[in-house]
Design a protein around this ligand. Sequence first.
Ligand code: AVJ
Ligand code: FE
Length: 437
Amino acid sequence: ETGTGPEALRRRALDALTTARERTALLTSCVEESELTAQHSPLMSPLVWDLAHIGNQEEQWLWRAVAGREALRPEIDSLYDAFQHPRATRPSLPLLAPGEARAYAADVRTRVLDILASTPLEGRPLLDAGFAFGMIAQHEQQHDETMLITHQLRKGPAALTAPPPPVLRSGPLPPEVLVPGGPFTMGTSDEPWSLDNERPAHQRVVPAFHIDTTPVTNGAYLAFIADGGYTDRRWWRPEGWAQIREHDIGAPLFWRRDGGQWLRRRFGVTEPVPEEEPVLHVSWYEADAYARWAGRRLPTEAEWEKAARHDPVSGRSRRYPWGDADPGPEHANLGQRHLRPAAAGSYPAGASPLGVRQLIGDVWEWTASDFLPYPGFTAFPYKEYSEVFFGPEHKVLRGGSFAVDPVACRGTFRNWDLPVRRQIFSGFRTARSAELD
Ligand code: AVJ
Ligand code: FE
């Protein structure tokens, strides 16, 4: 939707909140109630925790902080504080039962829609352009992605289905694209719903580099496996080598070898590994080792963003690889419309001006970079969103996956995780510096 007037902003906020809640409802209604309270993996919360946490964050930010109202259920705040209870311990907390959690989230939402209708969307930083409403819609969508990861880890037959991504391909593609050296604008100071870690806009000088036209495919990754990539210490960071040896890892998560064939489990369905698809469920260490084996490296976060946003004609950084328009189904595989990435080379309409494909959607892309603040960063509206995670222990992922809603995806959007993580919807592409030519 277009327009920046108060009614257009209200409509956009309402639409973002409604879209998020429909997805939350789907993810929490497609399994038996007993599965909502079960621990599907010690890596994840029970689904019912995410459900009530979504409502609790909405209550804290929109009912209390924006509207200045009293806490509805102060006694439950600590249960749903992510910093007080590690995920593995959440199943044993006295959580709201599924019906109570649903009713709580719905009650908060009813109140919040009244606030949205009656509050001016300006005059306070939290309200400007409807920021707090956009932040809460993004928060719910992020937990919806988390719940989708829980669904992927869950055992048993499929609970979710979706059509495969469309075949949108054109001609053969060059394997890599040269991005010329020079400065570009990284981050944003004017994207209304951008989160604190994306801010502020600043200049970065990025020397010329080559970057893969598409994410690395399963087929290419199979060659790394077949070449003994997991048993050759040369390719691995010491911590990555320790992880694969300790846990006997020899392939991406959810892969299994059956005779001569590699199979993988996707949302309750086992299938042969599709060679054309971007590789998924690899750790940063696996991505880093593959790149070294290939004689390449992971792109830095600045390289990734320059490839995604820099328009070499105007010199301007744009919102997305294809320009400033919000993502449509022709641009990128986003929003859980499909339950898998599209074949590498898909989405020609989403290509960057230099021809880099699938930077947005399909798979989160590991970058070489640590999660660090931009120069001039200020935590807003709370330190626990980004600031407490800055440092060398978290690596940055970019671009979003098929499980990310457009509201939580931009050329500037930054995700981060530990380098050992593999249950997330993570893939990668590789790069090389141009001065080595
Ligand atoms: C930005 C995806 C790393 O899920 O831990 C959700 C998002 N922050 N609730 C996460 C988030 C608070 C966050 N990530
Ligand atoms: Fe959260």
